[in-house]
Ligand binder design. Structure first.
Ligand code: FES
Length: 505
């Protein structure tokens, strides 16, 4: 296997200190418990604490080191091509609210950065969705027309600072980009104190709702009147959000670029297989970030090839031969293109969540944090109804769910039919393989020293079979996106449990 160049870590994480907030122990009571210290959780916690509530943000790993720490960090209401579609699907008034709510998120971040002097490389930028072939031009023009109708800052352009020709682009003025982790670490450090807490290395196992909610963690119980589940896909299965979304992985590479040759602005291509492009300040000047090669979790066998394709793209389009960074991310794509934000179910009056950002989680994450804090504070929010998490999802028909489950089951079954290997000797160094040993489905990885790590191949969430991700040396679950390290430790929910260890003689 050829490996692409670049350090395998998110630039945002590599260029900021590791946090060391305490783990939880014993008991605690707060007004609001927030599960997950990413952009949703930290925005909501900031708002709630400012409004006088006591909060506990509970993070299984470290602050802003999950999905929020692996984004492209564009804060924009230009979400590739969406407005013409939204007008058709949900009508102009609702499409207008979608645009407005994302614009409001940009302005929220801008105002906070200014008010609190947050040193996070925040800058106003134009955002572009560009078409390369002429055949895509009509879609671009339709999008400009739709966005203008909704009052968004759109225009049609045919010239950009990209080093290659385009047919045309939608341009949104006055959008923004930042260093997401510098921004979130600032929010995090304002939280502890005056009855509020930020807890790391504390996994939440479940939440029980009665008069008070009980947040059951691996280290004890936190009592709270309200709970926000801000874990990308809610770790609680209430609300069936795993059936209203699908998990998508995407890849990003970073390479130093001569500032004189760097494009100005934030870009994304219009079609399938498009690339996301922006730059960010770096200690040596500028880093070009290129994202793409997205796919549903578990559907690409050679994930390493995704990085190689991005490396080739950077070489062909920007003339840069060596990468400095490479990392990947995962988000939940909503079936109706709108995120789900609010009470998890009509019955769970005090448990809230947000998911389904469809890879535009910076603006939607901030918007969700603002909305959830308003709901808990009993404040009117103009976007509450549009994003209601309990809304009927038009595409969520019983036959579609069944079909999806059948496909997953068939796919899982087929993989095992073809992989009836039953011996660990068939697993080479650096390789992960599914095996059937004594009737048990085993996921086995042999490390570079030759040691085999054998775990159950059955995902503890809802029992789908995991698949090997060679680029990240992880076991990924195609059904709802849980991920596990090569030795079975949970890396990404909704699973809160590790893959079961297996001893094979
Ligand atoms: Fe749901 Fe694996 S994530 S079954």
């Amino acid at each position: 296997m050829t490996t692409s160049s670049g350090k395998q870590v998110s630039f945002w994480i590599d260029s900021t200190p590791t946090t060391a907030y305490p783990a939880f122990s014993n008991r605690l009571s707060v007004d609001v418990a927030i599960i997950g210290a990413g952009i949703v959780g930290l925005t909501a916690a900031t708002q709630l604490k400012k409004a006088g509530k006591t909060v506990a943000v509970i993070e299984s790993g470290h602050v802003a080191a999950g999905v929020s720490g692996h984004t492209t960090a564009k804060v924009t209401s230009l979400h590739q091509l969406i407005y013409a579609d939204l007008i058709e699907q949900i009508g102009e008034p609702k499409a207008r609210l979608y645009g407005e709510s994302n614009q409001a998120a940009i302005e929220y971040v801008a105002a906070l950065v200014e008010a609190e002097h947050i040193d996070c490389d925040f800058s106003r930028q134009s955002a572009y969705t560009f078409a390369e072939p002429d055949s895509e031009l009509d879609k671009i023009k339709d999008e400009v027309e739709a966005a203008l109708k909704l009052g968004l800052p759109a225009s049609f352009v045919q010239e950009t600072s990209l080093p290659f020709a385009i047919a045309g682009a939608v341009k949104f003025d006055n959008q923004a980009q930042f260093h997401v982790r510098k921004y979130l670490l600032h929010l995090a450090q304002t939280l502890p104190g005056d009855g509020s807490h930020l807890l790391e290395r504390t996994r939440v196992l479940k939440v029980e709702e009665d008069d008070l909610c009980q947040v059951i963690t691996e280290h004890g119980v936190i009592n709270a009147r309200d709970v926000i589940v801000a874990t990308n896909l809610p770790i609680l299965d209430q609300g069936l959000f795993f059936a209203k979304t699908h998990p998508k992985r995407s890849y990003i590479v970073g390479a130093k670029i001569d500032p004189a040759k760097a494009p100005e602005g934030m870009f994304i291509g219009s079609g399938k297989g498009s690339h996301s492009i922006r730059t960010t300040p770096h200690e040596d000047g500028l880093l070009l970030l290129v994202g793409g090669e997205g796919h549903k979790v578990g559907t690409v066998t050679d994930t390493e090839a995704c990085y190689q394709k991005l490396e080739t793209y950077v070489r062909d389009r920007f003339g840069i031969d060596t990468l400095d960074y490479r990392w990947s991310n995962q988000d939940m794509v909503s079936f109706d293109q709108l995120p789900y934000v609010g009470q998890l179910t009509p019955l769970s009056k005090h448990i809230y969540g947000a998911t389904g950002f469809s890879l535009w989680g910076m603006s939607k994450g901030v918007m969700s944090g603002m909305l959830l804090s308003d709901l808990i504070l009993g404040k009117e929010n103009p976007y509450a109804e549009l994003y209601e998490a309990t809304r009927a999802t038009p595409f969520l028909k019983p036959d579609l769910i069944k079909n999806g489950m059948d496909v997953a089951a068939r796919w899982v079954g087929d993989r095992f039919k073809n992989l009836q290997s039953s011996s660990l000797t068939e697993v080479s160094k650096g390789e992960g393989k599914l095996l059937t040993i004594d009737g048990d489905k085993i996921a086995a990885y042999r490390d570079e020293e030759g040691t085999v790590h054998a775990v159950s191949a059955v995902c503890p969430h809802l029992a789908c079979i995991v698949s090997w991700n060679n680029a990240e040396t992880s076991w990924d679950c195609a059904c709802h996106g849980s991920r596990f390290s090569c030795d079975g430790k949970v890396l990404h929910g909704p699973s809160v449990k590790d893959l079961e260890q297996q001893t094979i003689s």
